[in-house]
Design a protein around this ligand. Structure first.
Ligand code: ZN
Length: 127
């Protein structure tokens, strides 16, 4: 009787471990896919994100220097985790949008652009 119970407990353990392994493999595959998709998008998009544009400007609201995050603890706490631009003040976001629109307006039409070339006027950060 005890053997039978032990057998069932072992079977349940193995089933749980297998399900956990399957979930982990799925999560890793998903992360690989997301990274690949992000890399492809960066290659195809000649524009930096609005966040990069906004961050390249100083903040008129909190006087944060270019490249430095806004001093806005409440915004940081309420920020959407996947979108870092929500951590910046609205004035800075608008400055980034204006800058990006200027760059897009000055660049050649989409069909005439060289793939992989950047047409933005953001300062280049030296690695
Ligand atoms: Zn700010």
């Amino acid at each position: 009787m005890n053997d039978l119970v032990q057998e069932r407990i072992d079977a349940a353990r193995q089933k749980t471990a297998a399900a956990k392994r399957a979930r982990q493999e799925l999560a890793e595959a998903r992360q690989r896919g997301l990274r690949a998709r992000h890399a492809t998008k960066l290659r195809r998009t000649p524009w930096p994100s609005l966040y990069e544009y906004a961050l390249a400007h100083g903040c008129a609201t909190c006087k944060a220097k270019p490249g430095v995050l806004c001093v806005a603890p409440r915004k940081a706490a309420a920020a959407v985790p996947t979108d870092p631009i929500t951590r910046l003040h609205a004035a800075r976001q608008r400055a980034g949008v204006r800058h990006k629109e200027l760059d897009v307006g000055r660049a050649p039409w989409a069909g005439e652009r060289t793939p992989g070339k950047r047409y933005d006027t953001l300062p280049r950060v030296q690695p």
